[in-house]
Design a binder for this molecule. Structure first.
Ligand code: GDP
Ligand code: IMO
Ligand code: MG
Length: 427
């Protein structure tokens, strides 16, 4: 059976949590392959609302095994509090598997993230302050701490020493902060070891065996295509690869195993943190999208920047991810606008540009070229099939599909599991 990837086609917060949860009941494994608790995935099940940061959204589907892959960065304190929060609400989390090769977000990584942002001042990225970038930097610098290191005190101590050697120089001499004591960090990390141990597994082996056994594996991306360290709006990105290729490296599954790549696409655009955003609105339309769409960050509580749909970005997401389908979310939020502008191209230095420019400077001053589509006023939240949608909503979806380069196989008309129109089955 196939492996599917489900990922954000824009700047994150497209509704990946809801989409993953929807499929969770029909798949055997849901795997996070990158990122960490910078993610905020909201899942609404009946009258219950869950905000997941590190755990895969499949954790809410009883038949499904949730997996934290090797490409994820794990803050052990967040992991344990998220697990106990779910347990208190009656969710069984005992099936969770965590890769022994996943890297640990240490307390000093969180400190470095915050201090670096403060030091950057006006040039800051607007990170979530969760230690994501510094932890991936340690991984690449080969001074990272992995989950498996928690089970060898001597190795752990040596690695923390090596990591803090340089960091303490930087913290004390450059940032004027107090040095971090090795013993204290080691003690804190060892305190988590026994609690995490039951979940630690060779997830690469488990997942490949599952695929051999015809099980269905769903890879759930965090963040989104434009936040990808390689393909996003660098440097205003996260420090991992949310794009489809990241699922292979971040879970240890070969590309030949992946048969479907689903891009989650919001019917308009949002972004949290700094960086270019051509269709951003600073007027009452932007304010209305934020209010109606509830566009406030799940992780940091920051207001999300809002703007019209950008087809240039959607086409780009189709290309860099090899998308086979889109899941269009939050169409209901657009109800009530008489006309809805959609960005079909950019104008850069007086020239019309149809594709995302590779040059950062060009993208920073790209102006959106809009086409205006007629809106609808009917409530669509109870629509169950495409034909239940008002004609203008149908036309909006069809226009987006044509511009974006992949079929729209599902449409979200509300936050709940059942507030979804399925056009083509994903499984
Ligand atoms: P994620 O990070 O991609 O999982 O997305 P978030 O959870 O951060 O943000 C998406 C928000 O939109 C959440 O509050 C969801 O409950 C909500 N949502 C998802 N799909 C829909 C939809 O089709 N319509 C509406 N109105 N809300 C949705
Ligand atoms: P989900 O999975 C939206 C943004 C931050 C910042 C940049 C780098 O809910 O879609 P980081 O802490 O990762 O180093 O911050 O990336 N960012 C997100 N924006 N949704 C997310 O996750 C995000 N995770 C990180 O706001 O601009
Ligand atoms: Mg989110």
């Amino acid at each position: 059976m196939p492996a599917l990837v489900l990922l954000g086609a824009q700047w994150g917060d497209e509704g990946k949590g809801k989409a993953t949860d929807l499929l969770g009941g029909s798949v055997d494994y849901v795997v996070r392959y990158q990122g960490g608790n910078n993610a905020g995935h909201t899942v609404v099940v009946g009258d219950q609302k869950y905000a997941l940061h590190l755990l895969p959204s499949g954790i809410l589907s009883p038949g499904c095994t949730p997996v934290i892959g090797n490409g994820v960065v794990v803050d052990p304190s967040v992991l344990l509090s998220e697990l106990s929060g779910l347990n208190e609400r009656g969710v069984d989390t005992s099936k969770l598997l965590i890769s022994g090769n996943a890297h640990i977000i240490t307390p000093y990584n969180v400190t470095v993230d915050k201090v670096t942002e403060r030091f950057l001042g006006k040039r800051k990225i607007g990170t979530t302050g969760r230690g994501i970038g510094p932890t991936y930097a340690d991984k690449i610098n080969r001074v990272g701490i992995r989950v498996q290191d928690l089970y060898d005190e001597s190795i752990l101590t040596q690695k923390v020493e090596a990591a803090l050697d340089v960091k303490n120089q930087v913290l004390t001499k450059l940032y004027n902060r107090r040095a971090i004591a090795v013993d204290q960090v080691v003690e804190e990390l060892l305190g988590y070891a026994a609690k995490i141990e039951p979940y630690v597994a060779d997830t690469v082996l488990v997942l490949n065996q599952a695929l051999e056994d015809d099980k269905v594996v769903l890879f759930e991306g965090g963040q989104g295509t434009l936040l990808d360290i390689d393909h996003g709006t660098y440097p205003f990105v996260t420090s991992s690869n949310p794009t489809a290729g990241g699922a292979c490296t971040g879970a240890g599954v070969g590309p030949t195993k992946i048969s479907r790549v689903i891009g989650i696409l919001k019917a308009y655009t949002t972004r949290v943190g700094a960086g270019p955003f051509p269709t951003e609105l600073f007027d009452e339309d932007g304010e209305a999208l934020r209010r109606i769409g509830g566009e406030r960050g799940v992780t940091t509580g920051r207001d999300r920047r809002c703007g019209w749909f950008d087809a240039v970005i959607a086409r780009y997401a189709t290309r860099v991810n090899g998308l086979t389908d889109f899941f269009l979310t939050k169409l209901d939020v657009l109800t009530g606008w008489e006309e809805i502008p959609v960005c079909v191209a950019y104008e850069i230095d007086g020239k019309r540009v149809e594709e995302l420019p590779y040059s950062q400077s060009d993208f920073h001053h790209a102006k959106p070229v809009y086409e205006t589509l007629p809106g609808w006023s009917e409530d669509i939240t109870s629509a169950k099939s495409f034909s239940d949608l008002p004609k203008n909503a149908q036309n909006y979806v069809k226009a987006l599909e044509e511009m974006s380069g992949a079929p729209i196989s599902a449409i979200g008309v509300g936050p709940g599991r059942d507030e979804t129109i399925e056009i083509n089955s994903f499984l």
